[in-house]
Design a protein around this ligand. Structure first.
Ligand code: ATP
Ligand code: MG
Length: 324
């Protein structure tokens, strides 16, 4: 022990003698191998039967290793905290990218639906315009003809413009909840994709007793659109003979079940269906975000549940809704 160490020990001994109280002291002691150790000592005053002070006794144990381990543990904890912070930040970043991609996917879905809805009126416009010079040559074009021509074409153009408006409100995220009818919401989605379904010879049926819910209507519509779009893809890809997407509304359980006749999916892949980027579609046809986003909307935004299962004919999505 060095002189300073002996002095420090003597000082705590004096303290014990003076206060007559048992104390615990951490003292640094240089051992014979030259290394400094921390010794924790319990010191108490020693007296004889008459109460005369005999000195100080102490029991010490070397806690150098324990202290070292505590220090290591603390460093490890700090490192872990930093790591967790980093991971959380990375997750947030990933989530942001996913949200952006989901928006893009939804836009793509919208543009494709508009394109389908526009095909028929665009054809009609094109044919009518092409026939105009023949009508003129045939001597059919007079004032009345022109008035009628303008009226018919304007009607078609208005219909096309309405399609865009429908979709514009459709993709706005709800800032607040409202009460809406499940049946009407499904009907609205059906209207938006009617051309796509008709082109592919698919029927969309709705059964059951309607109910109302207080929640986020637009976001719920996006979920329904994702589901219908997947069902359509499955029916088309598998060239199914029976081509039906059926909604069953169950008022007693606040439940909506959508089943299709698209053949369903491999049971081993079913648990992955809601994972981000999970897709079985070829590149350019699917991003694997549709159902991930749908689950986020249903569970995180609408505090409800969505599950997927196969039945004999295809895939079913079950949504149990809660007022929020
Ligand atoms: N009705 C269905 N029938 C069969 N398989 C389905 C059905 N719905 C979803 N799937 C499977 O789940 C996968 C994930 O669906 P999800 O909607 O998340 O992504 P996606 O349709 O592939 O791409 P997108 O991001 O464009 O929607 C699909 O690729 C498909 O394999
Ligand atoms: Mg999809």
């Amino acid at each position: 022990m060095s002189k300073e160490e002996i002095a420090a020990c003597a000082k705590t001994d004096a303290e014990v003698l003076q206060t007559a109280q048992t104390g615990v002291y951490n003292e640094v002691v240089t051992f014979t191998d030259g290394k400094k150790h921390t010794v924790q000592t319990i010191k108490t005053k020693l007296t004889d039967a008459e109460g005369n002070t005999l000195g100080v006794v102490g029991i010490g144990s070397d806690i150098t290793d324990t202290l070292e381990r505590q220090k290591q543990l603390q460093t490890l904890n700090e490192k872990l905290q930093d790591e967790v912070k980093l991971q959380v930040e990375q997750l947030r970043e990933k989530d942001k990218i996913l949200q952006e991609q989901a928006k893009l996917a939804a836009m793509g879905e919208m543009i494709s639906a508009i394109a389908h809805q526009w095909r028929q009126p665009l054809n009609a416009l094109s044919i009518n315009i092409q026939n105009l010079d023949e009508d003129y040559l045939d001597g059919l074009v007079d004032e009345k003809f022109i008035e009628e021509f303008i009226a018919v074409q304007t009607q078609t153009i208005n219909k096309m413009s309405k399609t865009i408006d429908d979709f514009r409100t459709f993709f706005q995220t709800d800032s607040h909840k409202r009460i809406f009818s499940i049946y009407e919401t499904i009907e609205h989605v059906k209207g938006l994709v009617s051309a796509q379904l008709a082109n592919n010879d698919i029927k969309l049926e709705i059964e059951g007793e309607d109910f109302e819910i207080k929640s986020l209507r637009n976001e719920f519509q996006q979920v329904l659109l994702n589901i219908v779009s997947n069902s359509k893809d499955a029916i088309v890809a598998n060239k199914c003979e029976k081509r039906i997407i059926k909604f069953v509304i169950d008022k007693s359980q606040n439940k909506v079940v959508v089943c299709d006749t698209g053949g369903g999916m491999d049971a081993s892949l079913l648990p992955k269906i809601f994972h981000p980027y999970f897709t079985t579609k070829e590149q350019g046809k699917g991003t694997g975000i549709g159902l991930y986003m749908s689950k986020t909307i249903i569970e995180a935004h609408m505090q409800s549940t969505i599950t997927a299962y196969n039945n004999e004919e295809g895939l079913c999505m079950e949504i149990i809704l809660k007022d929020i």
